[in-house]
Design a protein around this ligand. Sequence first.
Ligand code: NA7
Length: 531
Amino acid sequence: SLDAVIIGAGISGMYMLHRLRGLGLKARVYEAGSDIGGTWFWNRYPGARVDIESQEYSYSFSEELEREWKWSERYAAQPEILRYLNHVADRFDLRPDIQFNTRIASAHFDETKGRWALATDDGETLDAKFCIAATGCLSVPNEPNFKGQETFKGATYHTGRWPHEGVDLTGKRVAVIGTGSSAIQSIPQIAKQAAQVYVFQRTPNYSVPAHNGPISPIVAEAWLANRDENRQLQRMSSAGFLFSNHREELATQVGDNERRQVFEERWAQGGFSVQAAFADLAVDPVANGMAADFAASKIREIVKDPAVADRLTPKDYPFGTKRLCVDTGYYEVFNQPNVELIDLREAPLDTITATGVKTAEGDYAVDVIVFAIGFDAMTGALSRIDIQGRGGAALTDAWSEGPKSYLGLMVAGFPNLFTVTGPGSPSVLSNMIVSIEQHVDWLADLMGFMTLNGLATIEPTADSQNAWVDHVNEAANHTLYPVANSWYLGANVPGKPRVFMPYIGGVGAYRTLCDAVAANGYMGFKLRPAA
Ligand code: NA7
């Protein structure tokens, strides 16, 4: 019989399997896809790449692994990341304990046995002491739900489920619906092939240039030369990466020239360094407005048609409070004659017809529609599994007003169920791999501790959970983030409760807290011995 079932063979599930094996526990991974990789298995749209520098977006648990793998680009593209993850799977011989093409349909806690009883979608049943949801934060794509979409005669694709064999868009007329990260990365690539691209924008996003290219040998060598120190700094940093070079100065306390110069330097450096330019951008509306003005000036500089530049400029939410995008030639693409921006705020999307997309003002004939409409973030994967805890209580009921957890790791009433990078943890506000390793290590240590000490179950107390939920909300409300209609709040899914889901207190502070909880005998949790 199994000690642990791990749901998902992405970056979390793979490392969890490796750690549990190291503890001598019998674990098995169930994965809906046909291979490992999670996010990087599914998101194969043109231009898909990581927004964090490659050397920082990699596992740190094995120094040998880190030293033998050489990244080719500053920001690795999806195929290279998937090759890396395959290398990890092979190097640590993970595949024998992963069952592919298998979706976990239900997980019920059996109170008499103190174990989880699970069923797969093809009817296999299994049981395990521990159930680990390594199901990802952005793994359930939003299904398109446009009037008339079933009548469309051309091909449709979702960026989050891009065909493995790729799509040849040469000479095609393409509609892209959505302007989030996936759209912003893919549109410049699509526009290289397509005859015509119509970009349907509901909300403009802020985007900063990646300045991608071959990885600098100086950066790669310096990273490895100080590897241990760099990894430690990453773990204790606010967002789990170092290249953004977070500054403590306040935007409101420097002169106009200096502020502009800092923003310019960071725009030239690229990526999230713009967001880390000053310490008050996420909390002070005045400081934030300065960053917003700078970004708007950059859009005007790049985009030749002032009317298009204006439509591309966000106006109704603070800079960086919807996930900042990192692009390669996004604003520039609107200077190409074959790219047209359609502002759905001016003329809402009306229907999809047999031949294209119709708004209140125009009819756009296309051969292909690309839905870049995002995900049911953070809770999507968990809410699609029939999860029942003590007394047959459903997780979806426990979370009907938004996700509640203690430390983003566990939910009261659901013993021995662990959520890796779950809502209530830094997760999507951080370098995911750093946060994943922290969660997996903490949980593996816990499972090892329980096994050594003959402990049967662990669960958070209702009090500790309530206090954590309050703290997560307080932390968010201290910032400007809750102002924006973002997927951080579930605002992109109709009917989803509006709750800021990730913990914004910072990766380092959060780690320190989790470590203190463990050091104090798993404070806030109830541990019970075997009957
Ligand atoms: P996002 O960031 O959620 O973007 C989805 C986009 O699709 C966004 O611009 C939405 O506009 C738009 N959208 C969604 N539904 C519709 C409808 N019905 N009509 C028109 N436009 C719509 O998803 P991504 O895949 O780009 O990125 C997700 C994350 O993956 C990213 O942040 C990284 O962390 C990696 P809205 O803003 O809701 O008005």
